[in-house]
Design a protein around this ligand. Sequence first.
Ligand SMILES: Cc1ncc(COP(=O)(O)O)c(C=O)c1O
Length: 484
Amino acid sequence: MTSTTAQPTPTAAATFAENPLVDGAIERIIAELRTAQSTLTGAKPAAAELASTYQDYLDRVANVKGKPALYPYVGSGMGNGPLVELADGSVKWDMIIGIGVHAFGHSDPDLIATAIRAATRDTVMQGNLQFNHDSTEFGELLLAEAGRTSNLKHLFLTNSGAMANESALKICFQKNAPASRVLAFQHCFMGRSTTMAQIGDSAGGRVGLPLNTLVDYMPFYDPKNAQRSIDYAVWHLQQYINRYPGQHACFAMELVQGEGGFNSAPREFFEPMMKLCRENNIAVWIDEIQTFGRTESMFHFEQMGLGEYVDVVTIGKMSQVCACLYTEQYAPKPGLLSGTFVGSTIGLNVGKRLLERLRDGGYYGPDGKIAKLQRAYREHAAALVKKHPEWFPSAPLELGGELAGDELYGGVGGMMRMTPFGGNKAMITRALSVMFEQGVIAFFCGHGPFHLRFLAPIGVMKPEQFGEVFEIVERSFEIVASEK
Ligand SMILES: Cc1ncc(COP(=O)(O)O)c(C=O)c1O
């Protein structure tokens, strides 16, 4: 008996996706895009004839928001890798990339082609009730990466970091009910929902909010007193456990503190605390919303060799769609997590493409592209400190001691910091404003000392491009120093 296998009839969507005319049209758009963006080759001042239109845009921003924007930034809608064009015709090096979101810079042709294809799908948004295959593929990719060195098995997608964190907190509370307390590090940042604003260690972020979340703050690592700060943190944690036995649902940790000042700590700092959490049924929840993708492994817990301890992990920013990943043990009961939107069809597809490129593009490991960028950054920063020691006085530290010499710059992977002018807030703010004017967009971090924060577009930046960035930084510091 012979059997014939019938070819499945392709869906209308598959027929459309494979239509060479559609492909050709997209290629044509991308070719034109490349031509247009190739004119953006370096920093450039604003065009005088666009000044009044630009000011009008800024006034309208202020009207809509009810307050002026922090930076006089209105993008034109085009860029070229790490360079972005603003609506006043100026071109700037984008070293903050929307606080880490635009890891592949501006107008990346491959991501734009992906976005155009995604834009031809039937709906703009995808949800938890009705969805195409995109969110599953995105999730599978993330879980495959996370699962290599941890027990993370499932995830829930959200459209903000704060909402990923809310989901993580609910998971921890539900699993460890009735425990209702949260442990978190001093200087942490968790997002701006009412609960996350309470956990985040910033008084300004919760002015006027009623407090109904029980948070116990833990000291972070002190590199000046390394072993002592490790012993002290473990002692501190044990104190809390003794004081409130069985009442802690989770310990939320950033392995590199983002807003808090790009503070990092070695594995030896975290591991004993994670072990103590495990012994006491306290979930280890790693907030990787700022670190995700940009250190020497996609998940920073992997680089730190801490995967075996993690119960819940949250990610966001560069992934375009945010997520809360969890182990089988922490899987939520039905009804706990849902929401109308999962994300936009474009966000999901671009996010997936971007993760594939990060995974396959030689970015990770001690000799990967990201580690090389950090090294190039440090070389330039070291040269600047050496050339202009007058701009780099020591910066006093909160716990005593000071940052000096080569401690005045550093960071992890694509998270880079520098501490000129003694970490003085007013001087750092002024430096940022002059740098913006001169052609480099950065931001600050820390709660004192204050640091300049660079989140480099790791996906597209080349080490040699720090040359022009640092020329502008030097020129800017010169201006700031001369104003004193
Ligand atoms: C560590 C960390 N957690 C959570 C968040 C909140 O993310 P989102 O602003 O997307 O809500 C941020 C944002 O800066 C963050 O850096």
